[in-house]
Design a protein around this ligand. Sequence first.
Ligand code: SF4
Length: 712
Amino acid sequence: MHAAGYGSATEELADHGLYRFRKGAELHATSPELVRRLHAHVRKPQAGNYGAFEELAKSEGTTFLRDLLEMLPDQPVPLEEVEPAESILARFSTQAMSLGSLSPEAHKALSIAMNQLGGRSNTGEGGEDSDLYQVPGTSSKIKQVASGRFGVTAEYLVRAEELEIKMAQGSKPGEGGQLPARKVTEYIARIRHATPGTPLISPPPHHDIYSIEDLAQLIHDLRAVNPRARIGVKLVSGTGVGVIAAGVAKAGADVITVSGHNGGTGSSPLTSIKNTGLPWEIGLRETHETLLRAGLRSRVKLRVDGGLRFSRDILIGATLGADEFGFGTAALVAIGCVMARQCHLNTCPVGIATQDETLRTRFNGKPEMVVAYFRSLAEEIRKGLAELGVRGLAELRGWYDRLETRSGLDPLLVIPVSKPSRVLPQQTSVLDGGVEETELSFEHTRPVGAGCSPIHNFHRSIGAHFSGELMHERLEHKEAPASTRDFQGTAGQSFGAFLTSGLTLNLSGEANDYVGKGLSGGTIVIRAGHHASKRGDVLVGNTVLYGATAGQLYVAGQAGERFAVRNSGAVAVIEGLGQHGCEYMTGGIVAVLGRIGLNFGSGMTGGLAYILRNETEHVLNLEFVQAHELEALEEQNLRRLLEAHVALTDSPVASRFLARRSSLPFVRVQPIHFQGTVQSAWNCIPAIAAEPLAVEAQNFLSISESPAPNYA
Ligand code: SF4
């Protein structure tokens, strides 16, 4: 080792092929020979070419854990009695590879192919171009939301057949991903509601989701906004994943993905893609068994991904418990990837993993190539099933007795007898459950002028379901009138989540965490009377405006921690907040009229914040943001924002600032590498730049006038 490092006269270390194929060096499963054979087949689909590709499954030696397993045949069954290819294809999906990590052309080719096949493509984290919605068969059925960030709008959610929450990803669990600045073009920035040329940090969702309760809340929110969609949760293979999966099933997921340690490199730094995660064989078996033992298996579909390529992979996956199968690298190879392994550099030579305009013209992939690969794979699976003597993949599920270990490594693989776990799950329709309707559903609340509806903290996600339905009607070109609702009391989690344009929620009282999560153009106003504002009462909880893309929030009181985290377009006025305000913010405007906690602006790459001059010391995260004096026009804009706040909340705090003869005591906080101009940032907020909203302060019941809750 020492000699390798210091023995040679040259300064360069030898390339041992850790990250890319090098002759005679580290073994790579997706070898040049595999790429050549698959390319030969997709360019000229014929049985011989596909057979040559499948041959590699037998000849490539021991690479994966599953290579130590052998399927035991039984009395064969006639091929025509086996599950049809269409049914198998419906179990296939391409895995989350985002627009941004992939070029628009490659991303679209995958979605067209999967729609043609009756399978599913996955948008990945980063939204989707809404232009695709005008062209049938081009948008992805699975829309990934991670924990609700980057381009997650009410329309995006409503368009989905499945919504996937990414808790982690197989090749880099615990670290998340990152879209390098060079890949964030104008187009990508528009779709992600971010600023061009800035890196988009995508930390692991445990950064955003702290507990199974938070996950359950997000599932609840997503189901509220789109009750027609399956809700999936992506987990990473590892020991202990079974217990986590049991929690996820109890939290209400319909699909659980167990993601293996292969793949997932489209935009991550090289250092993020090695030595993380475990093979899916380990996590899948544990998950299936744990769910079965807990009586939860019938509630969910299990999907597996991580280096699936051959029919053998699918048969073993099904035997270890999988219902559905995700493909990443193999699908990319089918549309032309040559495994040059420079996805993160934006220099992909075949126009797949790049946003460079010149390189994108080199993309020669066609949806038909993916179709050819998956159709041949499905037929090969049918043949395999016939030889094994089973008539469908579901029959194999959890039938461990059909597996035998090839070597003496049984203790490592521990294949248990399958009798107790070979109970075929009874799948129930995931859409049967629906969303709990409460007396607070919009249809039953009273309009402005008819008084406030009482609200309690067990009323969660108020506004989300109505937003989804409203959006649904708009997509069908039906008239969907604007609507305002008044509430009084203590709102539960996610008040106004994904609230869409045309909807206004007025709350006289206080609200729990996640107010305005994914706000999509709606307006939320929260106040609790003069005394509450003057005292600085905390009126909203933590993680308010998480991932908001548009809309307005006015709170005549203080907020908890992580206010406006990942806000990418909403405007907000708040009268004080806890730590980590405006974290990872990529757009929008936030005015804070009171004290702020530590670490303000951490990871902020876009948008503007306004804070009191005397609050700047020690609280700004100077690695990311800096403070500036206000420009003249900017002060006028800020005044109008405060006037709107007063008009809507009757805030004495804002009134006091507006009554000053001298200039406003605020400074602007902006990202160190701020792109664009201050005025252009304000111009993104036309409602404020124009005139205050026409909602009168007297529409609110003053808390002091109401019997409960008592804030005095
Ligand atoms: S060919 Fe393109 S997509 Fe494939 S590994 Fe290389 S850079 Fe990535």
